[in-house]
Design a binder for this molecule. Structure first.
Ligand code: FES
Ligand SMILES: [Fe+2]
Length: 358
């Protein structure tokens, strides 16, 4: 069977390169596949993924999923962390392991006022200073934990998400999380969330947007013009006019893509159906990224007579992500990539991205 010459010329026409793998995945099977581990993948070292995590603000959890008085365990940036919301409403994140005997405070820890109380012997941590403030059964607090003794992380909330600043050397934030007005607009829908585990790294994933040649082979899109690229100090973006697939054929639309650091990116789709995608990509380990795509649309559109079109856009974006995931799950980071004409500004992207590493 030859597939060489049947490469799609129309948008969203199978077969694309990864069609064999995705064709039969439907419903729950597809949702399971998006989260499942990929067995037998090469090691982090073999894939050149031992390059550390780029610094920036990263989305950690939907704000609504952490109530006052609630504690949650986290694993991001190859670290075990504990997160809680104090009685003052503030979210704090510190390293998970208690300095006393090493309990993981994300499991069974309690909120005491604004402090995090370890489940094992109730030592109480201040999440701003990273010190032990109270030991209920002891007259004295050991000096080693009276001063800063554990990792703390800047936290903020924006766009219905909790964000954490990650920096390998603990430097203070270098920019602010960009505010997206649609996220707090009651005329826009609640987030529709789609979730994946990608067994790769965030830099390879980010490069996808400027990799113009892959659109035809992975996504079956005839051609995607590069659009007008914007390169800022900490963020970058592009405005692209592109064809979007719908069950009723393809329609002209505009896609505006923006990032603020390596951990915040969002895309506005206009044309047929307005959509904001808040793309939440958070590294778990050097070869693992937790992905949550949050979609919001004007209620008038999502709940109106064009609801079908609105849904189709979301489905199409998720399908494209599935297609890229097949590659990301196994690919290595190739620092000496051999680039040819027609590849798009990959070298320029890599040069830009270097600023996120120490
Ligand atoms: S291990 Fe945390 S208080 Fe003892
Ligand atoms: Fe892609």
């Amino acid at each position: 069977m030859t597939t060489e010459n049947t490469a799609a010329t129309d948008a969203r026409t199978a077969p694309v390169a990864v069609w064999q793998l995705l064709e039969n995945l439907k419903g729950q099977d597809l949702l399971d596949w998006r989260l499942a581990p990929v067995a037998g993948r090469a090691s982090i070292e073999e894939r050149n993924l031992d390059i550390g995590f780029p610094f920036g603000w990263y989305p950690i959890e939907l704000s609504a999923k952490l109530a006052v008085g609630e504690v949650k365990p986290l694993r991001y940036f190859a670290r075990d962390l504990a997160m809680w919301r104090g009685e003052d409403g503030q979210v704090r994140i510190i390293d998970a392991y208690c300095k006393h005997l090493g309990a993981h405070m994300g499991h069974g820890g309690k909120v005491h006022g604004n402090l995090l109380e370890c489940p094992f012997h109730a030592w109480r941590y201040d999440g701003d200073e990273g010190v032990v403030k109270e030991i209920p059964y002891s007259k004295a607090i050991p000096p080693q934990v009276k001063r800063k003794c554990t990792g703390t992380y800047p936290v903020t909330e924006a766009n219905r998400w909790i964000w954490m600043w990650y920096h390998p050397e603990g430097a203070d934030p270098l920019w602010e999380v960009a505010n997206l007005p649609e996220c707090s607009d009651p005329q826009w829908t609640d987030f529709e969330v789609h979730e994946w585990n990608v067994w790769g790294n965030v830099q390879n994933m980010a490069e996808n947007g400027v990799d113009v040649a892959h659109f035809k082979y992975i996504h079956g899109t005839a051609n995607v013009p590069l659009g007008d690229l914007r390169w800022g100090e900490w963020g970058r973006g592009a405005d692209v006019k592109a064809k979007m697939g719908t069950p009723w054929g393809e329609v002209d639309g505009q896609i505006s893509y923006d990032t603020m650091g390596p951990g915040q990116s969002w895309t506005r789709f206009t044309g047929i159906s307005e959509t904001l995608l808040v793309a939440c990509l958070t590294p778990v380990d050097l070869d693992h990224v937790h992905v949550r795509f949050c979609f919001t649309q004007p209620r008038s559109q999502a709940e109106g007579e064009r609801a079908g079109v609105a849904k189709a856009i979301i489905r199409d974006i998720c399908k494209q992500f599935d297609q890229d995931k097949v590659v990301w799950d196994r690919m290595k980071f190739e620092p000496n990539a051999i680039i040819c004409e027609g590849d798009g500004p990959i070298a320029q992207f890599r040069k830009f991205y270097e600023r996120y590493y120490v």
